[in-house]
Design a protein around this ligand. Structure first.
Ligand code: SAH
Ligand code: SF4
Ligand code: F3S
Length: 472
């Protein structure tokens, strides 16, 4: 328990505001037009929420936004370190920027987020990507204006991966959110769980909860501005409040959020099964704004592997939770994450994962082949199974899940669901996309003026990934 206030002090934010003004002036002197910034985001919703804060800081520095990398005066890559593939993609993208730099040496390239928070990666960028101007980690996010100011005035590359792993809480920086009726709302940062495969606790620091007052105030403001689908974010929302004396627990926070006035839906992610509780499910069941939908990553169906992963629940407990949740919310949708090929996973253990899929029947899954992350405990475990064998297991897993998703979705045909219309469909046969309360994607025929509103949707067709129909 740590009661020290880790919120960034007002004076520090005022200092950053001061740097933002100076950056604005520098660009005004440099360019005859408004400078443009392009933010490219990799990784999870936490990173998306951080990119919204970055856009807020950019707006304060006088930047306009563009999605076109080649038009940007400032390019920011907000990066993810979760799997090797994610890191390779980032390096590929950053490599491209050497061309932009050649065409225009004044272009600023910035790499931030989870990747450079690993000293090994920051070192690689320093050595092998000399055209990257600014590098900072997750803990230095709020210092972005100062770092940019220094790069513009000191004429040397800026690296800042400092920061105490206990981490800080950022309040009072505005988010510039994506268009549409949905919004992320961070309720806590960091992770204490140290699952043996995972890099997140190393790059995001320890768990720290925002105060319930700060969360509720932001929620009220989002509701007042017309957001209709609000997702409470954290790596492990179920341990919300446990790091501070006197804070409500997550179920209590949900109840308070539910009491905020307005016509909106509440979701949350991610839930760790070890801290999910019957109390949480009872709360979800009785709170009208809370969607009956949960992302509850199980990772695998073998108790031996779960132990080696340091997940701290077994399949028996997981199934108990799922059964209870479905008892109190018969319309609950459940999604999950699965890792195949964790070091030492045997064929028989993999079969246990398939059996769990058949038993639970998840609505959909995010599936991953284990990726070795240097510095984690699992990276030191013997891993004799070949890549080909892991790929084969992965393909079998997908086949099983795709059939289950298809069967579940087929059950919606003929039904009418309340959906939130959130955008335009890219399917030429449909006009709109929408989400059910269970977060199922629906392609709809209907009036484009309905975006941002709730509607009743008649479902007349389904696939593995989506539902189809028309606005009633
Ligand atoms: N905090 C969330 C997950 C964040 S990472 C939770 O605990 O549920 C999202 C998913 O990426 C994880 O659930 C896991 O399935 C996957 N993942 C994490 N590290 C991985 C690794 N080293 N290799 C493969 N998949 C990984
Ligand atoms: Fe990673 Fe585990 Fe933390 Fe999720 S709970 S972020 S998988 S260490
Ligand atoms: Fe990736 Fe960082 Fe999220 S490693 S998954 S962006 S917390």
């Amino acid at each position: 328990m740590d009661d020290r206030n880790r919120v960034i002090p007002q004076e520090e934010l005022a200092l950053q505001q001061d740097y933002a003004d100076r950056v604005r002036q520098l660009y005004r002197a440099r360019l005859p037009r408004q400078p443009l910034a392009c933010v490219v985001t990799f990784g999870c919703q936490q990173n998306e929420a951080d990119s919204e804060l970055i856009r807020g800081m950019l707006a304060d520095m006088g930047f306009g936004m563009t999605d076109d990398e080649e038009r940007a005066d400032l390019l920011i890559f907000n990066t993810c370190a979760i799997r090797e593939h994610a890191e390779m993609r980032v390096f590929g993208n950053v490599g491209q920027t050497s061309h932009y730099k050649k065409a225009n040496p004044d272009v600023m390239i910035c790499v931030c987020g989870c990747m450079p928070q690993q000293p090994r990666v920051a070192e690689t960028i320093k050595k092998s990507y000399p055209y990257v101007d600014i590098v900072f980690g997750t803990h230095a996010l709020y210092k972005f204006p100062q770092l940019l100011y220094r790069r513009l005035t000191e004429k040397k590359r800026i690296f800042d991966i400092s920061g105490d792993e206990r981490g800080v809480i950022l309040e009072g920086v505005r988010s510039v959110r994506k268009e549409g009726p949905s919004a992320w709302l961070s309720i806590m940062y960091g992770c204490n769980n140290f699952c043996t495969y995972c890099i997140v606790p190393y790059v995001r620091g320890r768990e720290r909860s925002r105060s319930p007052e700060a969360v509720l105030e932001e929620l009220r403001s989002l509701a007042a501005r017309g957001y209709r689908d609000i997702t409470l974010l954290g790596q492990n929302v179920n341990s919300y409040g446990l790091d501070q004396q006197g804070y409500p627990d997550f179920a209590e926070l949900l109840e308070r959020c539910n009491a905020v006035e307005g016509d909106f839906r509440i979701r949350f992610m991610t839930s760790h099964p070890k801290d999910a509780s019957e109390k949480l499910f009872d709360t979800m069941a009785k709170c009208g704004k809370v969607c009956h939908s949960i992302h509850l990553p199980v990772q695998c169906g073998s108790d031996r592997v779960l132990k080696a992963m340091n997940r701290r629940y077994d399949t028996k407990r997981y199934l108990e939770l799922v059964d209870y949740a479905r008892k109190v919310m018969p319309d609950l949708t459940i999604t999950s994450d699965i890792i195949v090929g964790f070091p030492g996973e045997t064929e028989a253990e993999f079969e246990e994962t398939l059996a769990l899929l058949e038993r639970v029947r998840f609505d959909s899954l995010f599936t991953f082949i284990y990726s070795r992350r240097p510095g984690t405990l699992a990276a030191e475990m013997p891993d004799p199974v070949t890549r080909e064998e892991k790929q084969r297991r992965f393909d079998r897993l997908l086949e099983v899940q795709n059939r289950i998703s298809r069967e579940i979705n087929a059950g919606y045909v003929g039904k009418t669901e309340t959906v939130l219309i959130d955008g335009l469909s890219d399917d030429p046969n449909y006009d709109l996309t929408a989400r059910t309360a269970g977060f199922k994607l629906v392609h709809l025929r209907g009036d484009r003026g309905l975006i941002g509103q709730y509607a009743r949707a008649e479902i007349d067709r389904s696939s593995t990934w989506a539902l189809f129909g028309k606005v009633k």
